[in-house]
Design a binder for this molecule. Structure first.
Ligand code: 9MG
Length: 273
């Protein structure tokens, strides 16, 4: 299975690691913009040295309850980071956004993948991606980050998520976006209870036959703390376990904070595959 993003062709014969780069003032100690951009670039370069196959740059937090930031603020956070990294790293740069204008300008600045927690449902988003060569991750989310954890409900979480991803996959293909440019993501923690998340992880392989590779993001999520009873915010042991289990269940891209530790943990997976 291959994944085409811009000029990059990723052969997904082994799990690939997407390293998370948050460019939000609360990600860095002093909150200053110059320092945030600078530190994000240094952090991203370290993630590549640690083994990241993709960098995911985000300027708006999607944590439950967090308020959205303005278009101008998001652009001011992410565009300088993408410009600085585009010529400096050999790996694809992904823009984590649901806003079509951020997608467009990020691609212009050198991003070759769009990671959209709204699966290109914002008006204009399909056109931006269709008019580019960028790869795209379509994620399932019930509700919005502000409301999604209030009372998530499904008749059958696995078939509801599967139906949504399948419908979005067809919508993109109808818009001229080739399946080789698409990855799918069940959206752990996005409008899901503990039981919904566990059902999805346990049965992840059942989403693997939709025709596109699966991406999983479980790194440091509160669902892991709820299960493991770990109140350390880094949640490293549980995150590593989740990454290896996801790979064993068929995930081809793992979106993680701790790239070096995940790369080491995945060596054990690779040794038996
Ligand atoms: C931005 N973001 C936060 N969590 C995520 C997840 O699980 N998947 C994807 N694709 N993006 C995420």
């Amino acid at each position: 299975m291959n994944f085409q993003c811009g000029k990059h062709l990723l052969g997904l014969d082994r799990p690939h690691i997407m390293g998370i780069v948050n460019v939000t003032p609360d990600s860095f100690s002093d909150g200053g913009r110059y320092t945030s951009v600078d530190l994000a670039v240094v952090h991203a370069l370290q993630l590549v040295a640690d083994g990241a196959d993709i960098l995911d740059i985000g300027g708006e937090s999607t944590r439950p309850g967090v308020e959205p930031v303005s278009l101008a603020e998001e652009l001011a956070r992410v565009i300088p980071v993408i410009q600085a990294l585009a010529l400096a790293v050999p790996v694809p740069i992904s823009i984590d956004t649901y806003k079509p204008e951020v997608m467009r300008l990020a691609i212009e600045a050198g991003a070759s993948m769009v990671n959209d927690v709204q699966a290109l449902r914002m008006p204009g988003a399909l056109d931006v991606v269709a008019n580019s060569a960028a790869g795209v991750c379509l994620m399932h989310m019930q509700g919005t980050p502000q409301t999604m954890q209030l009372a998530p409900h499904y008749d059958d979480v696995l078939s509801d998520v599967r139906g949504f991803l399948s419908e979005r996959l067809l919508a993109l293909q109808a818009h001229g976006i080739a399946i080789e440019r698409i990855v799918l993501d069940p959206g752990f923690g996005f409008g899901k209870s503990r039981a919904h998340n566990i059902t999805l992880l346990k049965n992840l392989q059942q989403l693997g036959d939709l025709g596109a590779p699966l991406l999983v993001g479980l790194s440091r999520k509160s669902i892991l703390a709820a299960i493991a009873g770990d109140d350390d915010s880094q949640r490293l042991p549980a995150s590593l376990a989740a990454a290896v289990i996801s790979a064993m269940k068929g995930a081809k891209i793992l979106r993680v904070h701790d790239v070096k530790a995940t790369a080491e943990a995945l060596k054990i997976y690779s040794a038996i595959h």
